[in-house]
Design a protein around this ligand. Sequence first.
Ligand SMILES: C[S@@+](CC[C@H](N)C(=O)[O-])C[C@H]1O[C@@H](n2cnc3c(N)ncnc32)[C@H](O)[C@@H]1O
Length: 216
Amino acid sequence: MESDNYSNDQKYWDGYWDENRNKKTFFNSLVAFARKRYFAKYFAKFIAKNYDVKNKTVCEIGAGSGLTLAYLREMGALKCVGADYSKEAVDFAKSSNNACDFIQGDAFNLSNIPDKNFDLVYSLGFLEHYGKDDQRKLINEQKRIAKECVFIEVPYDIFMFRWLFAANRKLGRTTTFSDEELFTKKTFEDLGLKGESKLMPGAFFLTIGHFERLSQ
Ligand SMILES: C[S@@+](CC[C@H](N)C(=O)[O-])C[C@H]1O[C@@H](n2cnc3c(N)ncnc32)[C@H](O)[C@@H]1O
């Protein structure tokens, strides 16, 4: 893994999910509510609109709360598995969702998952936490375990994100909402992805999603 200042450290995410789960501050409750009632639902609808999940096997990389997977399962996905290297995230997801499976695993090396094991493999708010070399490795591993399609959602390169991140850095913040990479269609092309990039305007903060259909 590259040593840079992105918030991609396992301990950081363990702390993040532990706090989200156990510290019921007003802010954390608001984030949890928005994640459940808005973001996860929106992401699941967006995915399902572009890829028919009915009777498909689906895996989310860096699944965190696992809430998007839960909605995809409700929409008819046959089997949903979330992989995350944070034990806290896996415990959190398991505690609130028993229609899906959650496993602890490092997205760079999911060697216990065979090639082409899932019809769809996707990630949300994940790739932007890594530098270029790592992004390429992560995409290769995501593609290796996918049979039909990979989907990647990341923040879009737009002024409001640039301003927010810059303001946060000025205030001394060094992790989420300050250090992520912002993407455009070209960023995906530069990473060697050949599919279709689509803006995701309903995600409140504008994000961009990229679908790549794989030849089987
Ligand atoms: C911004 S969160 C995304 C959460 C999730 N998509 C959701 O909707 O709740 C990024 C997640 O990626 C996980 N993660 C980061 N690097 C990872 C890696 N190398 N392997 C597995 N999980 C990773 C973190 O633990 C964290 O849960």
